[in-house]
Design a protein around this ligand. Structure first.
Ligand code: NAD
Length: 297
């Protein structure tokens, strides 16, 4: 079992840190938010007053932060950055969804210090974070992957080695662009049915047994009342915020330019999510995109 510092205890990081501790690892957690810290402390997790204090004597650091700038600041900031203070032989597992370039920059800085760094973004959402059934998409060296797997298996069930540094982030970017597209498609199809007098629950059952079946429909239904515990049935409380989906679609769009890739539906999805966010929905769950189509039912 390992001694792990866990940095970033939001919607995802909080439950992930709890599962890691339940799996028998010794976890010390840090977040800038007192509320996030208090909620894991109440569950019996050790907390620290700074990222520096959290990394004392650790075998690994896991970070679950909003975006690339937060990750680079936590590890590489000239004064407060923790990478240079990590114990010899410790490794970094960054589970945040960030741009592949920043992931490679962090890995290169780690390599200069003899610290193994893996990008290890996740899929599955808050429900999977709580259940310990996340999928991890790892980018980095093969030998670091074997070490990483022993820790990540405390929080997830599918642990993939996507390739070299940054490859995990590329896999995640592709996945989330597709997620945005099928969440929007699922929303407009459900609303079209509702506008024609169909019960969205019955329509969902029909499409789940037909060729329209997809993850948004099955696991994360955007129509209120179809699934008892969905974000949609709880006033679109996140879950996965619209603002974070806009960030992820921005990463896909930037990458599509540099990699000369044609992504027409991803581009439309980014525009629709951006408009939805600008209308004041940024902090809501991303399945609230259904409200763009909700009309007269
Ligand atoms: P969140 O906003 O709920 O949590 C982020 C946490 O990081 C907050 O508690 C914040 O206080 C903390 N933080 C920010 N800067 C910090 C710093 N410098 N030091 C310490 N703590 C800091 O976000 P989330 O939903 O938990 O998402 C985290 C990451 O996981 C994002 O990159 C997101 O894209 C990705 N992700 C989210 C989901 C989801 O369903 N929510 C699913 C897969 C991936």
């Amino acid at each position: 079992m390992s001694t792990v510092a866990f940095i970033g205890l939001g919607n995802m990081g909080g439950p992930m840190a709890l599962n890691l501790a339940k799996a028998g690892h010794s976890v010390t957690a840090f977040d800038l938010s007192d509320k996030a810290l208090a909620s894991v402390k109440a569950e019996g997790i050790n907390t620290a007053s700074s990222a520096q204090a959290a990394i004392e004597g650790v075998d690994a650091v896991i970070s679950m932060l909003p975006a690339g700038q937060h990750v680079l600041s936590v590890y590489l900031d000239e004064t407060k950055g923790i990478l240079k203070s990590l114990p010899k032989g410790a490794m970094v597992l960054d589970c945040s969804t960030i741009d592949a370039e920043s992931a490679r920059e962090l890995a290169a800085a780690g390599s200069e210090l003899g610290i193994g760094v893996m990008d290890a973004p996740v899929s599955g959402g808050v429900a999977a974070a709580k259940a310990g059934t996340l999928s991890f998409m790892c980018g980095g060296e093969a030998e670091d992957f074997e070490r990483a797997r022993a820790i990540l298996s405390g929080m997830g069930k599918n642990i993939f080695h996507a390739g070299d540094h940054g490859a995990g982030q590329v896999a995640k970017m592709c996945n989330n662009m597709l997620l945005a597209i099928h969440m929007i498609g699922t929303s407009e199809a459900l609303q079209l049915g509702a506008n024609n007098g169909l019960d969205p629950k019955v329509l969902s059952e029909i499409m789940l047994a037909s060729s329209g079946r997809n993850w948004s429909l099955e696991v994360y239904n955007p129509y209120p009342g179809v699934q008892e515990n969905s974000a949609a049935s709880k006033g679109y409380q996140p879950g996965f915020m619209v603002d974070l989906m806009i960030k992820d679609l921005g990463l896909a769009m930037e990458n599509s330019i540099s990699s000369k890739s044609s992504v027409p539906l991803g581009s439309l999805a980014r525009s629709l999510y951006t408009a939805h966010g600008l209308a004041g929905n940024g902090p809501k769950d991303f399945s609230s995109i259904l409200n763009l189509f909700r009309t007269n039912d």
